[in-house]
Design a protein around this ligand. Structure first.
Ligand SMILES: [Zn+2]
Length: 270
């Protein structure tokens, strides 16, 4: 699971708040037809039992799309045609609602002329044993920068960092959001705090590709314990040196600590 830039996240939530006032206005309309349409619209803030049932049916319809992709690269590069293929008209409309929420960027697509560097064979050596990290894709410049960064960190600290998540297509991002909805009470608003809307995530972009670092011991593979990651010597090293390899952190809110310290984006301005 992946974090988005704080700025993106705030912008997304702001847009949803604006969307809420629109929904509210529609709900107050005196015409029964308009009110019915408003009731049936997807509500990003909370889910009625009927909306939950529709989302569960959508998740069930999408599950075989993911399961059929045995090659992890085919999943990371999932396109919208494949994602929408098994859906009926109502499910397509529901998925479209999520895909086009304010704050999403439906114009972002999979770039055609990218040569991907495959990060394979990464293994976390955690307290409960070894855990392989699935294949990750980065662009060639990011792959080179990661190798240089890793070499320098090993020289300084005697250990490097792994990449727990990197590029994923906007369609795969959309599927992830739908899949994670139950974990956040079926509220899209809550879910996109953790996984940003399609096209709004650095992980969907090759011009500012996001990578989520993980320590060799697995901190924090679950993207849940920001304090543990911030306490790593590897994190202090990133803060001091990552910029010289082209990586920049999410800007923290004034007076606050970074909430996604593992998330860095490649914005080479060296
Ligand atoms: Zn991230």
């Amino acid at each position: 699971m992946v974090r988005l830039g704080i700025v993106d996240r705030v912008a997304g939530l702001l847009a949803i708040v604006l969307g809420a006032s629109l929904f509210g206005a529609a709900g107050c309309a005196p015409h029964a037809g308009v009110a019915t349409a408003a009731r049936e619209r997807f509500d990003p803030h909370a889910s009625s039992p009927a909306q939950r049932a529709r989302l569960d049916a959508l998740r069930a319809a999408l599950a075989p799309v993911v399961a059929s992709r045995k090659d992890p690269e085919a999943l990371l590069l999932l396109d919208h045609d494949a994602l929408y293929a098994p859906l009926d008209a109502e499910q397509r409309a529901l998925l479209d609602e999520i895909r086009h929420q304010p704050g999403a960027d439906p114009s972002v697509s999979i770039p055609e002329d990218v040569v991907w560097t495959r990060l394979e064979g990464q293994v976390v050596h955690g307290p409960t044993g070894d855990q392989p990290i699935p294949l990750q894709l980065v662009t060639e410049p990011v792959g080179r920068a990661l190798r240089e960064l890793d070499r320098a960190m090993r020289r300084d600290l005697g250990r490097g960092l792994l990449v727990g998540s990197a590029y994923r297509s906007p369609a795969y991002q959309l599927q992830l959001i739908v899949d994670l909805l139950p974990r956040f009470g079926y509220s899209l608003e809550q879910t996109i705090v953790h996984v940003s809307l399609p096209g709004a995530s650095d992980h969907n972009r090759v011009d500012r590709l996001g990578v989520d670092f993980v320590s060799e011991s697995g901190i924090d593979l679950a993207w849940a314990d920001a304090a543990a990651f911030r306490a790593l010597p590897e994190y202090a090293w990133l803060v001091e040196h990552a910029k010289s390899f082209g990586f920049e952190a999410d800007p923290a809110k004034p007076g606050e600590l970074p909430t996604s310290p593992w998330h860095w984006r490649y914005a080479d301005e060296r």
